[in-house]
Design a protein around this ligand. Structure first.
Ligand code: PLP
Length: 379
């Protein structure tokens, strides 16, 4: 049975996207293909809200993050990294993988990072090579204040890398206005396409930083300069260094056209309405969301499970009995305590949220019955 995906990526995709994914394989070079590729990059620029270069890396979102960090830095340099969940930790691990010294800026799990803490870290480390933070920390559904954080980095001349893997296309984000230097996303979340591609947007300033460090060791595939070089030298024919995942690009082009035809704002409004509906519904069942309403993430909701119930049980029940795929918690103290419902794709609607709520209600009833039986047995 294929189940309805209500996880924070991958998302169920629209029919037009599937058709492209299932179409004939074509050559990844030549003027016709180059036109399709460049059109897709143009659509991405609109979603990133940037005039900067966009490259479409073949790989997952983490590949794009790896490319961003590795391209901007040399081993031994320092990186300020925001840590308030699983994906912040991953950013730090990527930095460590490149031999960087990580200056952590922490917030408790479930709470947003604070711009003031970044200001302090920048003052204490004026020579830092990069500042990196996650926009929507998918492990907890917490939105970090990237506008303030990025503007601090920009003021101090520190390049800012943002992990927008789970936010771009479903949460307000404006790369140029917010002064983000490298913004990374992935095809399989709010962009509404299958997994496999990592769109990366790179500011002029980020290129200047890369070009000012010719001695750094950064490999080839994930060196963004390699992607720029091919776009420049082979632009008319083959504007990327490797065999492009052509069907994935066609699928992404279709999903981006749908996103832009609906309008970013309208999508975000729709997701926000779904988030409110879900919050209202879980509260009616006696459950509480992890984040307060004024900090809701439009595309993802984390909810505390009932006292003394491992939320893995809820996740398994919804899948086995109702064909609904939601996620459990990630991270110390939250694994087993929360469950997460993704509403980040165009295929998710009110009926799906209502189905999740009905299934949760059924779970709670059964759980209540089991408890009653158990206490009878004790008595
Ligand atoms: C999903 C996700 C990632 C990882 O993306 P992959 O495509 O699995 O590499 C990174 N950061 C955030 C915030 C995510 O939600």
């Amino acid at each position: 049975m294929t189940s309805k995906l209500l996880i924070p990526g991958p998302v169920s995709v629209e029919e037009a996207v599937l058709v492209e994914m299932g179409g004939p394989v074509q050559a990844h070079y030549g003027p016709e293909w180059t036109g399709i590729y460049n059109e897709t990059r143009g659509l991405l620029k609109q979603v990133f809200r940037t005039e900067s270069d966009v490259h479409i890396l073949v790989g997952s979102g983490s590949g794009g993050l790896d490319a961003a960090i590795g391209s901007l830095t040399a081993p031994g340099e320092r990186a300020i990294v925001g840590l308030n969940g699983f994906f912040g930790d991953r950013l730090a691990q990527i930095c460590e993988g490149y031999g960087l010294e990580v200056v952590p800026v922490r917030a408790p799990l479930g709470k947003p990072l604070q711009a003031a803490h970044f200001a302090e870290a920048l003052s204490r480390n004026p020579d830092v090579a990069v500042l990196a933070a996650v926009h929507l920390e998918t492990s907890t559904a917490v939105l970090n204040p990237i506008v303030e954080i990025a503007s601090l980095g920009h003021e101090r001349g520190v390049p800012v890398v943002v992990d927008a893997v789970s936010s771009l296309g479903g949460v307000p984000l404006a790369m140029d206005e917010w002064k983000i230097d490298i913004c990374v996303t992935a095809s399989q979340k709010c962009l509404g396409a299958p997994p496999g591609l990592a769109p990366v947007a790179i500011s002029q300033r980020a290129w200047e930083v890369m070009d000012s460090k010719p001695g750094r060791s950064h490999g080839w595939y994930l060196n963004l300069q390699t992607w720029r070089k091919f776009a420049q030298d082979w632009g008319e024919w083959h504007p990327f260094p490797v065999t492009m995942a052509t069907n994935n690009v066609l699928a992404l082009r279709a999903s981006l056209k749908s996103l832009l035809a609906d309008g970013l704002e309208r999508r975000i409004e729709r997701y926000t309405d779904l988030a409110r509906r879900l919050r209202k519904g879980v509260r009616a069942l006696g459950l509480e969301p992890l984040t307060p309403d004024d900090q809701l993430a439009p595309v993802l909701t984390a909810v505390y499970g009932p006292e003394a119930v491992h939320t893995g049980k809820i996740v398994r029940y919804l899948h086995a009995e109702h064909g609904l795929k939601i996620s459990g918690g990630l991270g110390e103290g939250l694994a087993g305590r929360i469950f997460r419902v993704g509403h980040m794709g165009p295929m998710v609607g009110e009926a799906d949220i209502d189905q999740v709520l009905a299934a949760l209600g059924a779970f709670l009833q059964e759980h209540g019955r089991e408890q009653a039986v158990a206490s009878d047995e004790v008595a």
